[in-house]
Design a protein around this ligand. Structure first.
Ligand code: NAP
Length: 427
């Protein structure tokens, strides 16, 4: 039996979905008893050349041709952005169509509204492709790991910033140089801010933490620091300290109090996350029963992301086959408060510029000592303009003590500038 699919968007991901439906159509029919058939594809420009083989009659610039067609029972959204994707998804759900989406921005910001619309209509809304491209993350957190109390999530979930940091590590080049190269190669957008300023990772963390910790995490709950201020010097010091710099999205559930943050961090070279390079993604999950798990793979791209979309389409077909009702699209049971100040103490890397004179280092050391923050490693090098560059790695330091040290450093007449402060992960 045929199940008719309306595809919203036929770009990188939508084109991959068209290709995989062609490739896997017969097999899916064997597996589920339902043959997925593309009925219509919404695009902005029906005359634009496409990278995928398709029947030109499928293309339309009118969303109504999909949303109002009773024959179409599954809508796959790969337009991206908030509007009109949100309006189209809500309308599809209202009309009783199942929805699959790859849209993390929408699910992070309007997930609750979309889940409610799906539940009201008794249909599926599935979004495995929204986080981690090909890597199964949503279903493991929503289903396979629910026998666990998940206490932490830690991962690399933004391919663009990981590509940039990996390239900086491999070549020694500075951020702006590598960003320009990533833009020329198509790995970074013309406006890269969502990726390099950490917002994309924060949106993905919002989705993952909601599922893992059974709470309705909001984007504003996540503290965000991007990678623009990371210099070639930081990458080099990290190397000398036996580490690499990675943009880490982290969620902790400290007995009901959440810590949620996205920040560049020094990752020791023997930590599994240190080896996640280029456009790959990885998520480290700690469960009380399962222990530590790491999910790793291609975080973006046409076929990898389409692979996750196809998994969702097939789940819908299987449920149709069994006559099963959709499972809850989310796992939010409570609203857990966010307590960034409860974050466990961490080691920190601090790079600063100070006047290059006798006695200055003793003054800096006393600032750390007065705040009861002990130093594990110290490196000092001259830099142009007569300053000394000092790098200090602290022992474990709590958030307030670190703030006190940084405030005292900023107001010291011997310190010209605190250039970079990053947490250092334990191995
Ligand atoms: N790219 C990835 O690797 C990746 C990975 C994971 C998740 N995602 C998510 O997947 C979604 C799609 O990303 P993408 O990279 O495939 O985007 P894309 O290549 O820019 O494709 C977007 C498609 O949507 C169509 N479209 C856009 N706005 C439209 C509108 N207002 N009305 C009708 N059609 C419209 C475009 O039509 P035209 O072709 O006519 O312009 C195009 O076919 C996004 O939510 C993204 O975050 C992408």
């Amino acid at each position: 039996m045929n199940v008719y699919i309306g595809l919203l968007g036929c770009g990188t991901v939508g084109g991959g979905v068209v290709e995989l439906i062609h490739r896997r159509q017969a097999k899916i029919a064997d597996l589920t008893g339902y043959r997925p058939v593309i009925e219509k594809i919404l695009v902005r420009d029906v005359n634009k050349p496409r990278n995928v083989e398709l029947n030109p009659d499928w293309l339309t610039a009118s969303a109504a041709e999909i949303l109002e067609d009773p024959k179409i029972s599954v809508v796959v959204e790969t337009i991206g952005g908030i509007e009109p994707a949100r309006a189209y998804i809500l309308e599809a759900l209202r009309r009783g169509k199942h929805v699959v989406t790859a849209n993390k921005d929408l699910m992070a910001l309007h997930g609750a509204e979309i889940y409610a619309a799906a539940e009201a209509s008794g249909v599926h809304v599935l979004y495995e492709a929204a986080v981690g491209g090909a890597i199964p993350l949503i279903r493991p957190l929503k289903e396979c790991l629910t026998g666990n109390e998940i206490t932490s999530l830690k991962g690399i979930v933004n391919g663009t910033s990981n590509f940039i940091l990996s390239k900086m590590t491999d070549t020694g080049a500075d951020f702006s140089e590598v960003l320009a190269e990533a833009q020329a190669l198509g790995y970074a957008e013309a406006d890269p801010s969502a990726d390099v300023d950490g917002l994309d990772a924060a949106r993905k963390l919002t989705i993952l933490a909601s599922l893992a910790f059974n709470t309705d995490v909001r984007l504003a709950d996540v503290e965000v620091q991007g990678i623009r201020n990371i210099t070639a010097a930081d990458v080099q010091y990290a190397r000398e300290l036996g580490a690499v710099i990675k943009l880490i999205a982290e969620g902790l559930d400290l007995e009901g109090k959440l810590v949620l943050r996205v920040q560049p961090s020094l990752i020791p070279k023997h930590h599994p996350l240190a080896h996640v390079s280029g456009a790959n993604n990885a998520l480290y999950v700690r469960g009380d029963a399962a222990g530590d798990l790491m999910f790793y793979g291609r975080g973006a791209g046409s076929l990898p992301t389409a692979s996750a979309v196809m998994g969702d389409i097939i789940e819908i077909l299987r449920n149709l086959q069994m006559g099963a009702r959709p499972s809850a699209p989310h796992m939010c049971l409570t609203h857990k408060p966010v307590h960034p100040n409860e974050a466990p103490p961490q080691r920190h890397y601090v790079r600063l510029h100070a006047t290059d004179q006798p006695g200055v280092f003793a003054d800096i050391a006393s600032i750390f000592g007065n705040a009861d923050v002990s130093m594990e490693t110290v490196m000092q090098r001259p830099v142009p303009s007569g300053l000394a560059e000092i790098v200090i790695v602290t022992h474990l330091v709590g958030r307030q003590a670190l703030k006190n040290v940084l405030a005292a450093l900023e107001s010291s007449p011997n310190v010209q500038r605190v250039c970079c402060v990053l947490p250092v992960e334990v191995a």
